[in-house]
Design a protein around this ligand. Sequence first.
Ligand SMILES: [Cu+2]
Length: 158
Amino acid sequence: MDIDRYERYWMWAATGMLVLFASAIVARALAESAHPPSHTETVDPETLTVSGEFASPGVRRAPDGGVTVSMRAELYVFAPDIVRVPAGVPITFRITSPDVLHGFQIVGTNVNATVAPGYVSQATVTFETSGRYLIVCNEYCGLAHHLMQGTVIVEPSR
Ligand SMILES: [Cu+2]
Protein backbone atom coordinates (compact mmCIF):
# COMPACT_ATOMS: atom_id res chain seq x y z
CA MET A 1 0.00 0.00 0.00
CA ASP A 2 1.32 3.36 -1.02
CA ILE A 3 0.97 6.11 1.61
CA ASP A 4 2.08 9.60 0.82
CA ARG A 5 5.21 10.63 2.74
CA TYR A 6 3.57 13.65 4.43
CA GLU A 7 0.52 11.62 5.37
CA ARG A 8 2.85 9.09 7.01
CA TYR A 9 4.59 11.89 8.96
CA TRP A 10 1.27 13.17 10.24
CA MET A 11 0.10 9.69 11.24
CA TRP A 12 3.26 9.24 13.29
CA ALA A 13 2.91 12.73 14.76
CA ALA A 14 -0.73 12.05 15.79
CA THR A 15 0.20 8.69 17.28
CA GLY A 16 3.10 10.29 19.13
CA MET A 17 0.83 12.95 20.61
CA LEU A 18 -1.67 10.32 21.80
CA VAL A 19 1.13 8.36 23.47
CA LEU A 20 2.54 11.55 25.02
CA PHE A 21 -0.83 12.67 26.47
CA ALA A 22 -1.72 9.20 27.77
CA SER A 23 1.74 8.93 29.38
CA ALA A 24 1.30 12.32 31.06
CA ILE A 25 -2.04 11.23 32.57
CA VAL A 26 -0.66 7.90 33.79
CA ALA A 27 2.56 9.49 35.13
CA ARG A 28 0.66 12.13 37.08
CA ALA A 29 -1.84 9.60 38.44
CA LEU A 30 1.00 7.40 39.68
CA ALA A 31 3.20 10.22 40.98
CA GLU A 32 0.52 12.23 42.82
CA SER A 33 -2.12 9.59 43.54
CA ALA A 34 -4.43 11.74 41.42
CA HIS A 35 -8.07 10.75 41.30
CA PRO A 36 -11.34 12.40 40.29
CA PRO A 37 -12.45 15.09 42.76
CA SER A 38 -14.40 13.52 45.57
CA HIS A 39 -15.10 13.90 49.23
CA THR A 40 -15.37 10.50 50.80
CA GLU A 41 -16.58 10.63 54.36
CA THR A 42 -18.89 8.01 55.74
CA VAL A 43 -21.56 8.20 58.42
CA ASP A 44 -23.91 5.57 59.84
CA PRO A 45 -27.38 6.35 58.39
CA GLU A 46 -29.07 4.35 61.17
CA THR A 47 -27.73 6.51 64.01
CA LEU A 48 -27.19 9.92 62.43
CA THR A 49 -30.53 11.25 63.71
CA VAL A 50 -29.70 10.05 67.24
CA SER A 51 -26.26 11.47 67.90
CA GLY A 52 -23.48 13.45 66.31
CA GLU A 53 -23.31 16.39 63.94
CA PHE A 54 -26.45 15.51 61.96
CA ALA A 55 -28.67 14.86 65.01
CA SER A 56 -28.84 18.61 65.58
CA PRO A 57 -28.28 20.08 62.11
CA GLY A 58 -27.88 23.79 61.60
CA VAL A 59 -25.48 26.67 61.09
CA ARG A 60 -22.24 26.79 63.07
CA ARG A 61 -19.59 29.50 63.08
CA ALA A 62 -15.99 28.57 63.63
CA PRO A 63 -13.70 30.90 65.63
CA ASP A 64 -11.88 31.78 62.38
CA GLY A 65 -15.12 33.17 60.89
CA GLY A 66 -15.86 30.20 58.67
CA VAL A 67 -19.44 29.03 58.51
CA THR A 68 -20.49 25.38 58.31
CA VAL A 69 -24.05 24.27 57.66
CA SER A 70 -24.91 20.68 58.59
CA MET A 71 -28.07 19.38 56.97
CA ARG A 72 -30.08 16.22 56.49
CA ALA A 73 -31.98 15.43 53.32
CA GLU A 74 -34.80 13.06 54.19
CA LEU A 75 -38.24 12.05 52.96
CA TYR A 76 -39.45 14.76 52.03
CA VAL A 77 -37.72 17.67 53.73
CA PHE A 78 -34.39 19.30 54.26
CA ALA A 79 -33.53 19.69 57.93
CA PRO A 80 -33.31 22.56 58.61
CA ASP A 81 -35.46 23.78 55.73
CA ILE A 82 -34.50 27.43 56.26
CA VAL A 83 -30.84 28.35 56.64
CA ARG A 84 -29.58 31.86 57.45
CA VAL A 85 -26.01 32.63 56.44
CA PRO A 86 -23.98 35.80 55.95
CA ALA A 87 -22.95 37.12 52.53
CA GLY A 88 -19.33 37.41 51.49
CA VAL A 89 -17.86 34.53 53.50
CA PRO A 90 -17.28 30.93 52.42
CA ILE A 91 -20.15 28.69 53.53
CA THR A 92 -19.47 24.96 53.71
CA PHE A 93 -22.55 22.78 53.34
CA ARG A 94 -22.33 19.27 54.76
CA ILE A 95 -25.29 17.07 54.04
CA THR A 96 -26.26 13.44 54.34
CA SER A 97 -29.36 11.25 54.19
CA PRO A 98 -30.80 8.77 56.69
CA ASP A 99 -33.08 7.10 54.14
CA VAL A 100 -32.76 7.15 50.34
CA LEU A 101 -30.81 8.94 47.62
CA HIS A 102 -31.57 12.66 47.39
CA GLY A 103 -30.18 15.65 45.54
CA PHE A 104 -28.99 18.95 46.95
CA GLN A 105 -28.96 21.86 44.56
CA ILE A 106 -28.83 25.52 45.52
CA VAL A 107 -30.36 27.29 42.53
CA GLY A 108 -28.19 30.07 41.16
CA THR A 109 -24.94 28.68 42.57
CA ASN A 110 -22.61 25.87 41.56
CA VAL A 111 -23.69 23.74 44.55
CA ASN A 112 -25.19 20.56 43.17
CA ALA A 113 -24.53 17.32 45.01
CA THR A 114 -25.92 13.85 45.22
CA VAL A 115 -26.80 12.93 48.79
CA ALA A 116 -26.37 9.23 49.40
CA PRO A 117 -27.19 7.45 52.66
CA GLY A 118 -23.95 6.57 54.43
CA TYR A 119 -21.92 9.39 52.89
CA VAL A 120 -21.41 13.06 53.68
CA SER A 121 -21.58 15.34 50.65
CA GLN A 122 -19.74 18.62 51.03
CA ALA A 123 -19.64 21.81 48.99
CA THR A 124 -18.39 25.31 49.70
CA VAL A 125 -19.83 28.47 48.19
CA THR A 126 -19.57 32.19 48.86
CA PHE A 127 -22.78 34.15 48.35
CA GLU A 128 -21.74 37.56 47.02
CA THR A 129 -25.22 39.08 47.21
CA SER A 130 -27.83 38.83 49.92
CA GLY A 131 -31.22 37.37 49.12
CA ARG A 132 -33.14 34.12 49.09
CA TYR A 133 -31.86 31.05 47.31
CA LEU A 134 -33.96 27.99 46.60
CA ILE A 135 -32.71 24.53 47.59
CA VAL A 136 -34.18 21.68 45.58
CA CYS A 137 -33.89 17.92 45.64
CA ASN A 138 -32.98 16.98 42.09
CA GLU A 139 -32.86 13.21 42.48
CA TYR A 140 -36.25 11.51 42.34
CA CYS A 141 -36.73 10.16 45.89
CA GLY A 142 -40.40 9.19 46.12
CA LEU A 143 -44.00 10.32 45.71
CA ALA A 144 -43.56 13.75 47.35
CA HIS A 145 -40.17 14.43 45.76
CA HIS A 146 -41.54 17.56 44.04
CA LEU A 147 -42.38 19.09 47.44
CA MET A 148 -38.85 18.65 48.79
CA GLN A 149 -37.27 22.09 48.97
CA GLY A 150 -35.60 24.52 51.30
CA THR A 151 -34.39 28.11 51.44
CA VAL A 152 -31.04 29.74 52.05
CA ILE A 153 -31.49 33.29 53.35
CA VAL A 154 -28.29 35.22 52.75
CA GLU A 155 -28.07 38.23 55.03
CA PRO A 156 -25.89 41.27 54.31
CA SER A 157 -22.61 40.98 56.18
CA ARG A 158 -21.99 43.67 58.77
CU1 LIG B 1 -35.42 14.04 47.97
